[in-house]
Write a protein that binds this ligand. Structure first.
Ligand SMILES: Cc1cc2nc3c(=O)[nH]c(=O)nc-3n(C[C@H](O)[C@H](O)[C@H](O)COP(=O)(O)O)c2cc1C
Length: 334
């Protein structure tokens, strides 16, 4: 599969993408996931309006480093002028591609005709996408959902019209806007897209991949060109490495030891302190959403997480992690 000049082989493992996730897929986490086997990453969505108004916080979200490449920067917005301007402005950051968000179900975005809101106006989606492709020298990709609701799943038409508009790859979260995150992702639609001979652009399948076995099963049943993983990576960047190992050996790798988890969380903290533009206390707060993932599956996981939750400062977090390791015999995997 290819986006611009970036090529990923399909075998022995399809390319694995870290999903864009607001307030999760930051530079620290993206770098960690790349080290743990993610083949590509995408930033969290960034408002095109905020970019063109030069809002510092939004430009900070667009800051990227060589170590995390290949990377796509994701933008959202419902206005053609802001989206095309933002697409041009983003060139200076030199991501490997520009990704458009047509899938966010959050009301304040949808009501402006952005994110999944545009799934109710496919004509506008096509016009907007074509204008963005023409306005930037970057390769353009789209991430979307199946449709607005179960009665209006138009992903097959959408995929063709986006292909005509000049996008290079389409990532599909196999749910509708109305589904939110409920029920199971409807991967059969990924299979339908892949079975259409007139659809040439690669399709990235996304939704509910949370184990190596599930990744293998969905990949072989529906044949997407790449897999995208979101929630299962939060606090568990090992998911990428584990999927790769499972595809290569057929064996489910053992879960990481407590020592490895603590070491990785320390590294995550270091990256966050180095790469994120926040004061140390905010960084510790930001890391909290990863704690349950880091200790998932361990005996006493809840206690481990609660201990870490007390930490307000990086030094306190590091001390709490040292204490965890000292007690590791009590907590060790059994
Ligand atoms: C906390 C969170 C934030 C998200 N933010 C974004 C976003 O900024 N852009 C986007 O396209 N999707 C966003 N998503 C959706 C994910 O990219 C992904 O499509 C969805 O979680 C389904 O994949 P999963 O089952 O592997 O998590 C977000 C999801 C979560 C859980």
């Amino acid at each position: 599969m290819r986006i611009g000049s970036t090529y990923w082989p399909q075998a022995p493992v399809p390319p694995l993408f870290l999903a864009p996730m607001e307030e999760v897929s930051d530079a620290a986490f993206r770098r960690l996931c790349r080290e743990m086997g993610a083949d590509a990453v995408v930033t969290e969505f960034i408002s095109s309006e905020a970019l063109i108004r030069q809002i510092e916080k939004s430009w900070q979200k667009a800051q990227i480093w060589d170590e995390e490449k290949p990377i796509g920067i994701q933008i959202f917005g419902g206005e053609l002028e802001s989206m095309t301007k933002a697409a041009r402005l983003i060139e200076k950051v030199q991501p490997d591609w520009l990704d458009i968000n047509y899938g966010c179900p959050v009301s304040k975005i949808v009501c402006k005709g952005a994110g999944a809101g545009i799934l109710r106006d496919i004509d506008k989606m096509e016009v907007l996408t074509r204008a963005i492709v023409q306005s930037t020298s970057l390769p353009v990709t789209v991430k979307t959902r199946l449709g607005w609701d179960s009665q209006s799943i138009r992903i097959i038409e959408v995929a063709h019209r986006l292909q005509e508009s000049g996008i290079q790859v389409l990532a599909v979260h196999a749910r509708t806007k109305a589904d939110g995150y409920t029920g199971s992702a409807r991967w059969e639609w990924i299979g339908r897209l892949k079975a259409i001979p007139t659809l040439h652009i690669p399709i990235i399948g996304n939704g509910d991949i949370d184990t190596p076995e599930k990744a293998w099963q969905l990949y072989h049943a529906y044949k997407p060109d790449a897999l995208m993983i979101g929630r299962a990576a939060i606090g568990y960047p090992w998911i990428f490495r584990q999927i790769k190992e499972y595809f290569q050996t057929g064996q489910v790798p053992p879960p990481p030891s407590l020592e490895e988890r603590v070491e990785t969380l320390r590294k995550h903290l270091q990256y966050a302190l180095r790469l994120l533009p926040y004061p140390p206390q905010k960084i510790v707060l930001e890391l909290r959403k990863h704690y349950s993932g880091y200790f998932k599956g361990l005996p006493h996981a809840k206690n481990l997480r609660l201990n870490l939750m007390q930490a307000q400062e990086p030094t306190e977090l590091l001390r709490a992690l040292d204490t965890l390791l000292r007690r590791s015999t009590a907590y060790s995997l059994s």
